[in-house]
Design a protein around this ligand. Structure first.
Ligand code: MN3
Length: 198
């Protein structure tokens, strides 16, 4: 099954001022498209054709770096677009909030841990909220790696590659992370992924 670039689930200017149309045009139309195009070239002849995207990501990890990087980033970005929405942030659905409080102490503690993971990821990568062995965890990964290859289910991820924030925030990655968490996150989608993972 060939990889395909999904449409953004909102207009290019819908996330402004927190994420500009220019950022989304480059990030979705150029960067994500490149992962799809290169991923399809590398999938061909890899022995993983016909598998689901998740299976390609797990099956190429540690074995086929080129395919893994592109398939991993394709998976990450499919969700990244859905992890944001216009007028996002704010209160999370009750079931999700209960789980956050039970496993991570409080919403404020989760926010601090998530922002810190994103700020301290050296170089390109992602910070995550994951479910592992029934428990929420905050983690970070380099480059295109994601929690799937560490036996965890990604519930929320923030792209901290410079291409995700440099147009709007220049080098101020912490400001971008705050805007993502406070103004962009689609908590309903995070809650939906949690309910499917349970
Ligand atoms: Mn990206």
């Amino acid at each position: 099954m060939a990889f395909e670039l999904p449409e953004l689930p909102y207009a290019y200017d819908a996330l402004a001022p927190y994420m500009s149309a220019e950022t989304l045009e480059y990030h979705h139309d150029k960067h994500h498209q490149a992962y799809v195009t290169n991923g399809n070239k590398l999938l061909d002849g890899s022995g993983l054709e016909g598998m689901s995207l998740e299976e390609v990501v797990k099956g190429s990890f540690g074995k086929n770096a080129g395919l893994f990087n592109n398939a991993g980033q394709h998976f990450n970005h499919i969700h990244f677009w859905k992890w944001m929405k216009p007028n996002g942030g704010g209160h999370m659905p009750g079931e999700l909030e209960k789980k956050v409080v039970a496993d991570l102490g409080s919403v404020a503690a989760f926010r601090e841990a998530f922002l810190n993971a994103g700020a301290t990821q050296f170089g390109s990568g992602w910070c995550w909220l994951t479910l592992k062995d029934g428990k929420l965890e905050v983690t970070k990964t380099p480059n295109g790696e994601n929690p799937l290859v560490h036996g965890a289910t990604p519930l929320l991820g923030c792209d901290v590659w410079e291409h995700s924030y440099y147009i709007d925030y220049r080098n101020a990655r912490p400001k971008y992370l705050e805007a993502f968490f406070d103004n962009l996150v689609n908590w309903d989608y995070v809650a939906e992924l949690l309910s499917k993972a349970n």
